[in-house]
Design a protein around this ligand. Structure first.
Ligand code: SF4
Ligand code: SF4
Length: 64
C-alpha cells in the first residue's frame, strides 16, 4: 500500500516533500519519487494522503 507520483505530471516543485510523515518523498536529479517501501498512505497520521492534498496538480499522485 503506497502512493506513487506520475513523473509526466510532476514538476518537482517540492511542495509535498516536507509534509510526508514517513519521509518517503525524495527528489534526486530533478525527479521526485515516493518510496513504496515506507509510504503508508498516511494511515494513522491523516485521514487522506497528505501529499495528494498538497500537490497542486490533479491526478499527479495516485495509488501505486
Ligand atoms: S501518502 Fe503519506 S506517507 Fe505516503 S508519500 Fe504521501 S505523504 Fe508520505
Ligand atoms: S507536490 Fe506534486 S508536483 Fe510538486 S513535487 Fe510533489 S508530486 Fe511533484
Amino acid at each position: 500500500m503506497a502512493m506513487k507520483i506520475d513523473t509526466n505530471l510532476c514538476t518537482s516543485c517540492g511542495d509535498c516533500e516536507p509534509e510526508c510523515p514517513t519521509d518517503s518523498i525524495k527528489t534526486r536529479k530533478g525527479i521526485t519519487k515516493i518510496d513504496a517501501e515506507s509510504c503508508t498512505e498516511c494511515v494513522g497520521e491523516y485521514t487522506k494522503p497528505k501529499c495528494v492534498e498538497l500537490c497542486p496538480i490533479k491526478g499527479c499522485i495516485v495509488q501505486a
